[in-house]
Design a protein around this ligand. Structure first.
Ligand code: PLP
Length: 414
């Protein structure tokens, strides 16, 4: 049914992987199957689909051809063994942890994660999964938080907005030496900058609401798994019922239980928009990264802002690691300090090209004051650790003509 070819290079896979064949009309774009259920041709066929003896679609919460096309495209693009589309990035993060853990288990994660994920950890604690927060993801910090109840490490490729970079091969090696899985939130990097599974991670989660869909049109998420981690039943009792699926135990457990039972599915039209968005991911990221570098350099030299945080500046503490891991590109996110909360608000109220909005990874440039918005619920110490001060402005750089962005920032900061 699908046209995926293992040998496709990244930019080609973005366009062709998972494109369904055989819809009867030769549709070039991924068709949208906007339907809740599928008519069976016989009672026997439907019984076979329910029993798993035959592949097929019966009900969109369980599976849908448009969603399956997006999953296959993501699987190929991430270099994974299987992918599962979800209702949001938060749903993907929740499922990756709750699928592998049960009450009494623990995970380790950095305090510098996206604020929404830190709030999710409160829910997990309530369900009996404890979260050990560390200041940074180093092997020393992880050692200090390790005990027999730990099942996995959850971290971001690039943290938002501090821009701490995860050394994926080194941390994956440490995790595997201790029988733990490494789950990576790759939202900020996107697969255009990093493919964590190829670098040694076991599970990658992404918010498809950002670079993947690309134009701020949807809320969606995805979980991808690699094909080598052994979900040892002694270490992962939550996955014991799915042991026969080997390295796909987590994916089988999610598909057959938690994802289906919580109704965390992606809508078909969302999957369509994600497929369309993926087609231009390489081009958008190339332009957004180039714009971000130029804007960061200009801000750094303008005298109108201080502490410009961008991975492409040699002054950033993670610059070298980012250069190595992301092949000379540094992402679309940057931060700067405006001098005071008032000056930050003044800037945000004066921009004309950039938009004041609480999202990232849009084709348009978006600006935000994190301390009064997405970090409102986060305590002061953790906020500072995440690089969020009273005067910090976050910029998600888009693909506009960078000269218009620079003029806009100049008039708004002047
Ligand atoms: N992970 C990161 C790094 C994010 O920045 C976000 C949202 O901003 C999410 C996950 C959650 O994604 P969603 O809003 O699609 O649930």
């Amino acid at each position: 049914m699908s046209s995926s070819k293992a040998s496709m290079r990244f930019s080609t896979a973005l366009l062709h992987a998972g494109r369904p064949r055989g819809d009867g009309y030769g549709s070039v774009a991924v068709p949208v199957y906007q339907t809740g259920s599928f008519q069976a041709t016989s009672a026997e066929e439907l019984a076979d689909v329910f029993a798993g003896r035959r592949t097929g679609f019966c009900y969109t919460r369980v599976g849908n051809p448009t969603v399956a096309a997006f999953e296959e495209r993501m699987r190929v693009v991430e270099g994974g063994a299987a992918a599962l589309a979800c209702a949001s990035g938060m749903a993907a993060a929740f499922l990756s942890i709750a699928g592998a853990c049960q009450a009494g288990d623990a995970i380790i994660a950095p305090r510098t994660l996206y604020g929404g994920t830190l709030e999710l950890f409160g829910d997990l604690e309530r369900m009996g999964i404890s979260v050990r927060l560390v200041d940074e993801v180093s092997t020393e910090a992880l050692e200090g938080a390790l005990d027999d109840s730990v099942r996995l490490v959850f971290a971001e490729t690039i943290s938002n907005p501090r821009l701490a970079v995860l050394d994926i091969p080194a941390i994956a090696a440490w995790c595997h030496a201790h029988g733990l899985a490494l789950v990576v939130d790759n939202t900020l990097a996107s697969p255009a900058l990093a493919r964590p599974l190829e670098l040694g991670a076991d599970v990658v989660v992404e918010s498809a609401s950002k670079q993947i869909s690309g134009s701020g049109t949807v809320i969606g998420g995805v979980v991808c798994v690699g094909g080598s981690f052994r979900w040892d039943p002694a270490r992962f009792p939550a996955l014991a019922p799915w042991q026969r699926f080997g390295p796909l135990a987590l994916m089988a457990g999610l598909r057959k239980s938690l994802h289906k039972d919580t109704g965390a599915c992606m809508a078909p039209t969302t999957a369509f928009l994600c497929c369309v968005g993926l087609e231009t991911l390489s081009l958008r990221m190339e332009r957004a990264c180039a714009n971000a570098l130029e804007l960061a350099r200009w801000l750094d030299q303008s005298g109108l802002a201080s502490d410009v945080g961008y991975l492409g500046l040699a002054s950033h503490p993670c610059h070298e690691l980012a250069s190595r891991q992301f092949d000379g590109r540094f992402g679309a996110l940057l931060t700067f300090r405006a001098g005071s909360r008032e000056r930050a608000f003044r800037f945000l109220n004066r921009v004309r090209v950039a938009l004041l909005a609480s999202n990232i990874g849009d084709a348009r440039t978006l600006v935000l004051h994190p301390a009064s918005t997405i970090f409102l619920e986060v305590g002061e110490k953790d906020r500072e650790l995440a690089g969020v001060h009273e005067d910090t402005v976050r910029v998600s750089v888009g693909i506009e003509d960078v000269r218009d962005l620079i003029s806009d920032f100049e008039q708004a900061l002047g």
